[in-house]
Design a binder for this molecule. Structure first.
Ligand SMILES: [Cu+2]
Length: 324
């Protein structure tokens, strides 16, 4: 449900990608600030309107020159100074990032044309992922934002404000999710042809479920059952995946394929979307994406495989969906 739907009907009132339906403490503070500013601005405008009407209605010479000058001093000088000073004092604490302790979770998010590389820093070493961000509810998380090619920008409207992602630099964004659920983030800096097709899922989870998920992500995927018949689609797909050289750009841990140009596919089967938050990960969509990624994402950094038979693409899709 949209909490302020009456006022903000223009926003379209979704709850999975909206700064007006926050699930993180930073976005919540920003929304409060917005409401305070909006109410203040309306009151101010109403007051000025009232004064203006009075001035127009009163006869000439109703106030002396000196009274007029005093009014300018108070309404044009003293009042705005107090108002802006108050607002500054009110909003300054919001600009200070929340403190991060050594025990808090750190996640590196590296923006690429047109997808997201993620790296969860754990005691056992970094855990690679892509195109989705999972957060434990109630825990402080420090996001280390950077980019591999051009400037991108990280924005999860329900979580916190925007932050630029700059090649060669790491900027920190400290966040805390408060409500579990599935949300969405986007790139908000024009970064190339498919800039508008560069999104990602944000999944806020209860801490215990998050820990279990992260432990699973650190492991290689469950192996393809080799005991099945040779026409087992996943087995055929795995062979085709190797034969077409997908491993030059993609990593599937535990198989020796460790390319790093494209998204890590180790646990691709557990992801909720395909192509950086763009498509449902159905077998058909995946197969189509593999043969003609540019049909979905113009300017994509993955080559097309038009020579690949549809059955082969479907087999690869089945194999990838099995990577849990
Ligand atoms: Cu981008």
């Amino acid at each position: 449900m949209c909490p302020v739907s009456g006022l903000f009907w223009l926003s379209g009132c979704n709850t999975h990608q909206s700064a007006l339906a926050p699930f993180g403490v930073e976005a919540d503070a920003l929304r409060s600030l917005l409401v305070v500013l909006l109410v203040g601005a309306v009151l101010l405008a109403a007051g000025l309107f009232w004064l203006m009407r009075r001035a127009v209605a009163s006869p000439e010479g109703a106030i002396t020159h000196q009274q007029g000058m005093r009014m300018v001093l108070w309404l044009g000088g003293v009042f705005p100074t107090i108002l802006l000073g108050g607002l500054l004092i009110y909003s300054l604490p919001m600009m200070k990032p929340a403190p991060v302790g050594p025990a808090d979770l750190r996640i590196r998010v590296d923006a690429q044309q047109f997808w997201w590389r993620t790296q969860y820093r754990t005691a056992g070493g970094p855990v690679e992922g892509a195109n989705e961000l999972r957060l434990p509810v109630g825990r402080t998380v420090s996001l280390e934002l950077t980019a591999g090619d051009v400037i991108h920008s990280f924005w999860v409207p329900g979580l916190a404000g925007k932050m630029d992602m700059i090649p060669g630099r790491v900027t920190n964004l400290v966040v805390r999710a408060e409500k579990p659920g599935r949300y969405r983030g986007v790139c908000t800096e024009f970064c190339g042809l498919s800039h508008a097709l560069m999104a990602f899922d944000v999944i806020a989870m209860p801490p215990a479920a998050f820990d279990a998920w992260l432990a699973r992500q650190a492991q290689p995927p469950r192996p393809v059952p080799l005991t099945m018949t040779p026409d087992n689609p996943a087995l055929v797909g795995m062979a085709a995946f190797e034969r077409y050289g997908c491993g030059a750009c993609h990593t599937v841990r535990g198989t020796g394929l460790n390319g790093t140009i494209g998204p890590d596919l180790t646990h691709f089967g557990s992801r909720l979307s395909l192509g950086a938050g763009i498509l449902e990960p159905t077998t058909q969509n995946i197969a189509r994406f593999i043969r003609h990624p540019e049909a979905t994402k113009p300017g994509v950094r993955m080559p097309a495989f038009p020579q690949m038979r549809e059955a082969e693409a479907t087999a690869i899709a089945r194999y990838l969906q099995g990577l849990q």
